[in-house]
Design a protein around this ligand. Structure first.
Ligand code: NAD
Length: 351
């Protein structure tokens, strides 16, 4: 088997490795942002990126966010991520995934992969046929299974806390929440909100997902692409791709809180200031969406109990409370504060 490795030292990352394997059409990038706190754990995303530059940009940003996510969740883990360039519905083959697994072995555990967009737990089983540096394989094969409901649960706790602090309400009943993206995380979040009598509005590029959602939860309202960033709501919950809150959408969003499961929701940090000036409370994604990471990380340490998982995910809410209190009292940017705190933890090598 011949791999063409290109190793690139990036200023902000410990390691960035490109892997091209023409025989299986594998084109992947692994980015390890930091291993200061532990091995870099982060999902593998498969998307038909328009260019390699866009793929690289995505994996660099995602892996950096994983470092901050682990640090903020108090996990002894570093930050890394991988991407496979291709359409998951067309290009993915077992051979491609096996090759990816073999290739992960060469990193000797510095990077551990998991599920992200375009990769299923069955795909992880193929990767796991070749490497042990993977978490989240099917439960009936001894794996952790899909972590998405744990991510959604953490987001739900985070939304409740944000509502308590910003809207001074202890219940979500009758609030209006837009869930943008109803895949694995978004659909579970919808379920939790629906149980709380929330008025849920959804949008997804996949029309059949919206129809299925409506059948399951008849009171859910379906939005069009034009409406999703314009409709009045209390909470806007991005649960799809990154950079959904950007220069364009920030102008039209009409909500009090942005809190969702997607990674890297802001196109850049300047958007945080714009949100603050619009009096929109943005809960940093790497603080609110760590539930799945907490869950899969427990599979790396047999001493971690179900109780440990539950309390760690609940702690998402207290972290948000602490950050918001300082941010409100001192009128400082919550996002910047969260970044600074996470970076401090990584620098001193302690969670
Ligand atoms: P998924 O692939 O299951 O779902 C994503 C959904 O978003 C799909 O239904 C897709 O059709 C939809 N979508 C894609 N582009 C869209 C767009 N432009 N507008 C509206 N909908 C769009 O992925 P997931 O596992 O639910 O992850 C969603 C987000 O949450 C990703 O950003 C992922 O990185 C992040 N995340 C996931 C987990 C997890 O446990 N799965 C953990 C942390 C963060």
């Amino acid at each position: 088997m011949v791999f063409k490795y290109l190793e690139k030292k990036n200023k902000s990352h410990e390691k960035v490795i490109f892997c091209f394997h023409p025989e299986t059409k594998l084109k992947a990038i692994v980015a390890i942002h930091s291993t200061t706190l532990g091995p870099a754990l982060g999902g593998c995303r498969m998307l038909p990126y328009e260019t390699e530059e866009k793929a690289l940009e995505d994996v660099l940003n995602l892996s950096e966010a994983m470092s901050y996510k682990a640090a903020m969740a108090g996990l002894q883990l570093g930050g890394g991520k991988s991407i496979i360039i291709g359409d998951p519905n067309v290009d993915k083959t077992p051979e491609m995934l096996w090759t990816f697994g073999i290739y992960l072995n060469s990193l000797s555990g510095q990077y551990i992969t998991a599920k992200d967009m375009g990769i299923t737990i069955e795909d992880l089983q193929y990767i796991g046929d070749q490497t042990s540096y993977v978490v989240g394989r099917p439960i009936d094969r001894g794996g952790a299974g899909d972590p998405s409901q744990f991510t959604a649960t953490g987001v739900y706790y985070g939304i409740k806390k944000a509502v308590q602090l910003k809207l001074k309400r202890n219940s979500l009943k009758d609030l209006k929440v837009i869930v943008q993206g109803i895949g694995a995380v978004g659909s579970f979040l919808v379920k939790l909100l629906y149980q709380d009598d929330v008025e849920v509005l959804v949008y997804d590029i996949n029309e059949s997902a919206m129809i299925a959602m409506k059948e399951k939860f008849p009171k859910v309202k379906i939005l069009s692409r034009e409406e999703v960033f314009k409709r009045d709501c209390d909470i806007f919950a991005p649960c799809s791709i990154g950079a959904i809150v950007n220069d364009k959408t920030v102008e039209t969003l009409k909500c009090s809180i942005i809190a969702g499961g997607a990674n890297n929701q802001l196109s850049d940090l300047s958007i945080a200031e714009k949100l603050q000036s619009k009096n929109i409370l943005y809960i940093p994604d790497f603080v609110i969406n760590s539930g799945g990471l907490i869950y899969v990380s427990s599979y790396l340490d047999p001493k971690k109990s179900e109780e440990w998982i539950r309390s760690k995910i609940k702690a998402v809410s207290s972290t948000i409370e602490e950050l918001c209190k300082i941010s409100f009292e001192d009128n400082v940017s919550l996002v910047q504060m969260a970044f600074d705190l996470a970076q401090k933890k990584i620098k001193r090598g302690k969670i």
